[in-house]
Design a protein around this ligand. Structure first.
Ligand code: FE2
Length: 339
């Protein structure tokens, strides 16, 4: 009898592992290179038996690859940062609609494509950081204030080639129109303390080095610096404070990293399951606690650091509507000499 039970249990185990193996794997092309994402994919596989193959590369390279592979692409999901790249993939016909019921209760409508071609995964706020000793917080409230003469040779920001800056300028065009945005960009460039170079983290380091006093950066970079294993990076980050701009009017500009279901997906059902999983509150809380990006799911709790920075009013414009201003945004930046 005992042998019989052992035999039945072994047989059941075998059946189970067969069903795990038979679940079709999902291929994810991702421009996000965070270990947190891999941890979540592993959790998903453990819970569902669906394997996730991750292909990491530069986002623009992945868009090219999807284009070249066309309908034969093995990719099921495309993950990238910035609404401009998500929309680019959608406009190239590389994505198909995610069923509305998957996303409508999890993600506010301004953080996803109205046609369902992509949905935000994490949210980033582009803020002003300032040296706490050299700058009085009350001197700055809006992005628009950065053109004031008092900031001459004190402002740091990365290149206008950065999608983060292009989307920020697009949001300003959307709010103020082209002419005022042109004035804003040229006023900002006039106040640069050096020619733009490096990434967001480098701007914070340049403040610490005394090269400038204020910088435009995404908050999660500051979170990563504050939690760095390198004590110099932590010290650099501790010297700056955060201002969430435009609280008395349209709100701080936010952007997303997001996910789209590829047009070529041969494994749509499982791919949608993974999107659902990534938007779940526990997954969202995990991403936020590891990378210090904001969750897109409003039910997800923020980690302590973000809670300490405080809640803020966001520019609630639908991110998709920024796209039409991007060509103008790039032109304005070029004309103003924002390298
Ligand atoms: Fe980034």
């Amino acid at each position: 009898m005992r042998y019989y039970i052992v035999f039945i249990s072994l047989f059941m185990l075998l059946l189970q592992s067969c069903s795990i193996d038979s679940e079709e794997a999902i291929n994810v092309y991702s421009g996000r290179h965070y270990s947190s994402d891999e941890v979540l994919f592993k959790r998903f596989s453990d819970q569902t038996g669906i394997k996730v193959n991750l292909i990491k590369a530069d986002s623009d390279q992945l868009i090219n690859r999807l284009t070249v592979e066309g309908e034969n692409s093995p990719a099921d999901l495309f993950i990238t940062a910035d609404v401009s790249r998500l929309s680019q993939a959608a406009n190239l016909g590389l994505l198909q609609a995610i069923p509305n019921e998957v996303v409508e209760d999890q993600v506010p409508s301004n953080l996803r494509d109205p046609d369902g071609m992509w949905v935000g995964l994490t949210k980033r706020a582009r803020v002003i950081v300032y040296n706490k000793e050299r700058v009085n917080k009350d001197e700055l409230a809006n992005y628009e204030d950065l053109t004031d003469f008092r900031w001459k040779s004190r402002i740091l920001v990365r290149s206008s080639q950065s999608h983060y800056n292009q989307s920020l300028i697009a949001s300003i065009i959307s709010a103020l129109g082209v002419d005022k945005s042109r004035d804003w960009v040229s006023g900002l460039v006039t106040n640069f303390s050096q020619e733009p170079k490096g990434n967001d983290r480098d701007q914070v380091k340049a403040i610490a080095a005394g090269i400038g006093d204020v910088a435009l950066v995404n908050t999660y970079y500051l979170g990563l610096l504050l939690n760095s294993a390198n004590s110099e990076e932590r010290e650099v980050a501790e010297q700056v404070g955060i201002i969430f701009p435009n609280q008395g009017n349209r709100g701080t500009h936010v952007n997303v990293s997001g996910v789209g279901l590829t047009a070529s997906s041969s494994n749509r059902e499982n791919a949608v399951k993974l999107i659902k999983f990534l938007l779940r509150t526990d997954s969202q809380e995990y991403l936020s606690s590891e990378n210090f990006e904001y969750p897109v799911n409003p039910d997800a709790k923020w980690p302590e650091l973000l809670t300490n920075w405080g809640t803020f009013k966001e520019d609630s414009i639908n991110l998709n509507s920024l796209n039409k201003f991007l060509p103008e945004a790039m032109m304005i930046a070029n004309q103003a000499g924002w390298k």
